[in-house]
Design a protein around this ligand. Structure first.
Ligand SMILES: [Cu+2]
Length: 299
């Protein structure tokens, strides 16, 4: 099977190669003409032939063939990108302000895309709010995520490793922060990860999973590192400075503050972070309680 990376790279190199050859040939010819027909060598302009059928035919047919070959080659690459190999695993990709979420056929939800090496993955892409664009440079695929519509792309990772994925729709404050990871693991490792969803009912419902599902972990790390927003590790009991109605306040994070910060993040903004978090005012009281409970334990 031709991978998307091969398909795109071959066409790119082909067109790039032709462009380089043309650039060099045209520049060399220009320089040669400048020297050859310099005024010191040709003081008087000479009559030149009005037409040359052979030359004109050649410079019409040859470039046409070159451009047609680019089209044909590009079309091959395009059909590779649009034709998903049989037996591909279907993963739903959903973009929202400001994170990605991946849903697997068994219902497992994740904020990173874990895939088995060597198996084609078909991404079924949509958006929950505005236009996004799911872009994986390593696999040369990039597709709009459109609310109310499903688009698709596919890829296969031939080597284990982790690859970056971005939102390439730079029309709002934090699309650039919608960075996530594609983790390609050997089949057995992947199965391990994939089946773990069914280990316990609790794990399925636990806070970490919730945070991933709601997209929190797109901006808040769980390991202490700084991302778009403050880390959630040890957030409970942390002393922070917030801006409330333009005034600076110092407070210790407790259950009540956490709830307010989730439902109406702009009201009391932690200093040093951009005002980009959407309001999670659609969460049910029960969901909110569960998240806060989990955050309390995240020490
Ligand atoms: Cu986006």
């Amino acid at each position: 099977m031709t991978t998307t990376t091969e398909a795109v790279d071959q066409v790119f190199l082909y067109i790039f190669g032709i462009s380089v050859v043309l650039l060099l040939a045209i520049t060399a010819t220009m320089v040669w003409f400048v020297v050859r027909y310099h005024r010191t060598r040709q003081p008087q302009p000479q009559a030149s032939p009005r037409s040359n059928l052979w030359l004109e035919t050649a410079w019409t047919i040859i470039p046409t063939l070159i451009v047609l070959s680019m089209f044909w080659y590009g079309w091959q690459g395009y059909t590779t990108l649009r034709n998903v190999p049989e037996g591909a695993m279907d993963v739903k990709v959903s973009g929202r302000k400001w994170s990605w979420s991946f849903t697997y056929p068994n219902g497992r939800v994740s904020d990173i895309l874990v895939v088995p090496v060597g198996r084609a993955i078909r991404l079924d892409i949509t958006s929950e709010d505005v236009l996004h664009n799911f872009f994986i440079p390593a696999f040369r695929i990039k597709r709009d995520a459109v609310p109310g519509m499903h688009t698709y792309e596919w890829f296969v990772a031939t080597e284990p490793g982790s690859y970056d994925a971005f939102c390439a729709e730079y029309c709002g404050v934090a699309h650039a922060a919608m960075i996530t990871t594609i983790e390609a693991r050997p089949e057995a490792d992947f199965d391990d990860w994939y089946q773990r969803k069914y280990e316990t009912k609790e794990e399925q419902e636990n806070g970490r999973q919730q945070l991933a599902t709601y997209g929190c972990t797109g901006c808040h790390s769980l390991d202490g590192s700084k991302m778009v927003g403050p880390t959630l590790l040890g957030i409970f009991g942390r002393q922070v400075k917030v801006t409330r109605n333009g005034q600076e306040h110092s407070l210790i994070i407790d259950r009540e503050y956490l709830k307010r910060a989730i439902v109406d993040p702009q009201a009391e903004l932690t200093q040093g972070y951009p005002p980009v978090m959407p309001a999670y005012n659609w969460l049910t009281a029960e969901e909110l309680e569960k998240i806060v409970e989990y955050l309390e334990e995240l020490q």
